[in-house]
Ligand binder design. Structure first.
Ligand code: COA
Length: 364
């Protein structure tokens, strides 16, 4: 019963799977996909090729184009629309159960779903903007990359700085080991669920603010600090109220998050007007977190600078979890395939700490 005795809240430090896809180098502050540093990927290849690297271990052919598909209903709440439509696609496309289909078929299902999720999010964002008519396919087809096509499908136009912001963000957040959404995808896949159900389950984890949702809270923070003009006091007041500073702390990294470094550089290069306040708040937050938690390295995480980069592309806060879902389709797909190969249901143990045996009559 040693597994039960070794209870680790939040499974921190527990090795639940072995993976060949990517693993953050927690002390060195770098992140490699299939061995290739993300620093080398950003600006060299577009996101859809990084999808290929992660899923197929090859840049070619990469993620395909989304095929024609009409979503049943789009509410304009992109994560909810994506979650519902992915589950629906399992039925509409008659996807096979993962334990019954070939590796090639599973890979192709995941490729179709990944591309379609991006199209659904773009169309849902368009509905949220008050447009009922989709952008014509021939206009979208003019885009050269997945990021450009995403913007064209959403807004009918694509500013070059916005394309760079989204492509960089997607590459930086395409995969990150066994985080909450990926673990969820693997758990679903381990039961033999189909690829649509597995991805839909993963999207569900993004509705909370602690995974993929933090960028939505960062811009309001930056604006409050800019208005107050005193980042040190703002940080102290927030921590005194027992709240957390969004975009700081990480379960894995005990060194600088390489994605935060890369994205802060991108925010600067793209001329974000919020960079100056963001740097002042970052400095104040790091100093105060260090003072209050000398035992724990609480550093800037990816979501802090992701918020500033996504803001360059005028991404509304409400859309940020769905932008994260678009990026993470690569990681989820690669892990779902890896889990299919493992062919073992994920079923950890729980240690019972409730009441000892008692009779029903003792309750009255
Ligand atoms: N602001 C203030 N305090 C923080 C903090 C933050 N961002 N992150 C962690 N802490 C504190 C906790 O309050 C806790 O203090 P306590 O022991 O006095 O209660 C301590 O540090 C450890 O926190 P814990 O929740 O155990 O760390 P974790 O490794 O489980 O959590 C996160 C990791 C990311 C969930 C956490 O750092 C967090 O909530 N950050 C803000 C949300 C965020 O940026 N999410 C995006 C992640 S990429």
């Amino acid at each position: 019963m040693s597994g039960v005795a070794d209870f680790k809240p939040g499974l921190e430090g527990v090795v639940a799977v072995e993976t060949e896809i990517a693993e953050p180098d927690r002390d060195g502050g770098s992140l490699r996909y299939r061995g290739v540093d993300i620093e080398e990927l950003v600006g060299s290849v577009p996101y859809e090729k990084v999808w290929g690297l992660l899923v197929d271990e090859s840049l070619e052919p990469g993620m395909p184009e989304p095929e024609p598909y009409e979503p049943l209903t789009l509410t304009g709440d992109a994560p909810a629309d994506a979650q519902a439509e992915l589950a629906r696609l399992s039925v509409v496309w008659e996807l096979g159960k993962l334990h019954l289909i070939s590796e090639k078929k599973a890979r192709d299902d995941l490729a179709r779903l990944s591309a379609q999720l991006m199209a659904i999010v773009a169309r849902s964002a368009r509905v949220a903007d008050g447009h009922e008519d989709p952008v014509a396919d021939d206009r979208v087809a003019k885009g050269k990359t997945a990021a450009e096509k995403f913007l064209l499908r959403w807004r009918g136009e694509a500013d070059p700085a916005h394309i760079t912001a989204i492509d960089t963000y997607w590459i930086c957040t395409a995969e990150h080991g066994l985080n909450a959404s990926t673990f969820t995808a693997r758990i679903a896949a381990s039961t033999g669920a189909d690829a649509g159900a597995s991805m839909s389950a993963a999207v569900g984890t993004l509705s909370g603010p602690l995974h993929g949702g933090a960028p939505a809270h960062v811009i309001p923070m930056i604006d409050e600090v800019a208005e107050m003009g005193d980042p040190d006091r703002w940080v102290r007041d927030l921590l005194d109220r027992g709240e957390r500073i969004m975009g700081f702390g990480h379960r894995v990294y005990r060194a600088e998050d390489p994605r935060a470094r890369l994205l802060s550089r991108t925010a600067e290069e793209l001329g974000s007007p919020r960079v100056e306040t963001a740097r002042a708040l970052e400095e104040a937050a790091l100093a105060e977190l260090k003072r209050r938690h000398p035992e724990r390295e609480l550093l800037t995480n990816v979501e802090y600078w992701a918020a500033i980069v996504l803001d360059v592309a005028d991404i509304p806060a409400k859309l940020t979890p769905a932008m994260f879902a678009c990026a993470r389709v690569a990681g989820w797909s690669a892990h779902i395939l890896e889990q299919k190969r493992d062919a073992r249901v994920i079923r950890p143990a729980a240690r019972y700490v409730g009441p000892s045996a008692r009779s029903l009559s003792s309750l009255s």
